[in-house]
Design a binder for this molecule. Structure first.
Ligand code: ADP
Ligand code: MG
Length: 284
């Protein structure tokens, strides 16, 4: 499914004196089947951008192609329901949207609302919960009884039950402990690799972005200042310096190893990969 932004601008409170331009002239083609990170300081426009992906926000100018859908400024856009089934958006702190009395009901609610039969909706809910690693023992519990990480998983299952082609997550790991955050990242990666979902992920965590994403969109003041392979972004010393981008731990580690005379694979992304290369070298 093609994702193509053409000259998108977005202005909040457009006709009011406090109108505020949150996005300017965004041109983007997001690759299908990949994991794309969206990074940038708070207020740079990340959340505004991703809300365009399922037409929660309609551009003030420009247009967005999303598969068969064309979302245009100043036009009545049709078929949004179908679009929202194809592009699932998991908000920041999605647990605030859990409101049914049991976990299973909560996840089944999405497909039911989209007109899928009750029976199939519950089947999808069970399968989605299993895919996010929530045990059947928990199905009848109240969502509020879960840990922070589990609540996020249930919220993601609620979107997965719609079987979207594209999954958009706005800071999914915010506020989770490191272990919960790591498990969530593993889940997101498996949704991409095993279930072929195109993933678009807003994140503040450059370590995670470096280790697990294919491409990165780097935003600043409502504009895209970099879009391309994640590894290339963090190799671009000039861009990093100019924009005070925080280097991932792995990149610092690679640089230190190089200074110490080790050969380090350009493409190594995780501490594990580097540790392996180092131990191979030492045992030689
Ligand atoms: N509902 C809103 N009304 C007015 N301005 C908003 C609203 N939401 C966000 N903004 C402004 O738009 C800009 C981009 O915000 P946002 O997309 O939330 O950035 P990010 O997700 O990168 O932190 C910021 O200047 C923010 O203050
Ligand atoms: Mg945001």
């Amino acid at each position: 499914m093609r994702i193509h932004f053409e000259k998108i601008s977005y202005i909040y409170d457009r006709n009011l004196p406090f109108a505020h331009t949150a996005l300017s002239d965004i041109e983007l083609d997001i690759r299908e089947g990949k994991i794309t990170a969206i990074i940038g300081e708070t207020g740079s426009g990340k959340s505004t951008l991703v809300q365009h992906l399922n037409a929660l926000l309609i551009p003030s100018s420009g247009q967005i192609e999303l598969g068969d859908h064309l979302i245009k400024a100043n036009e009545k856009n049709k078929n949004l329901k179908k679009l929202r089934k194809e592009v699932g958006l998991v908000f920041q702190f999605p647990e605030y949207q859990l409101f049914e009395s049991t976990i299973l009901d909560d996840v089944a609610f999405g497909p039911i609302r989209f007109g899928i039969s009750k029976e199939e909706s519950y089947e999808r809910a069970r399968s989605a919960l299993s895919n996010v690693g929530i045990s059947p023992i928990l199905y009848d519990r109240n969502p509020m009884e879960l840990s922070g990480g589990q609540k996020r998983r249930v919220a993601i299952a609620g979107i997965l039950a719609l079987d979207p082609k594209i999954l958009v997550l706005d800071e999914p790991a915010a506020g989770l402990d490191p272990e919960g955050a790591k498990r969530l990242v593993d889940l997101i990666v498996s949704l991409n690799r095993e279930f072929n979902k195109t993933i678009i992920l807003v994140s503040h965590d450059n370590d995670m972005v470096y280790s697990y994403t294919d491409d990165t969109v780097f935003m600043r003041d409502g504009r895209v200042i970099y879009h391309g392979p994640t590894l290339d972004l963090f190799n671009d010393g000039e861009l990093i310096k100019k924009n005070h981008l925080l280097l991932p731990t792995v990149v610092n580690f690679k640089n230190r190893l190089r200074e110490a005379g080790f050969e380090v694979d350009e493409n190594a992304r995780t501490i594990e990969q580097i540790a392996e290369a180092v131990s191979r070298r030492i045992s030689r």
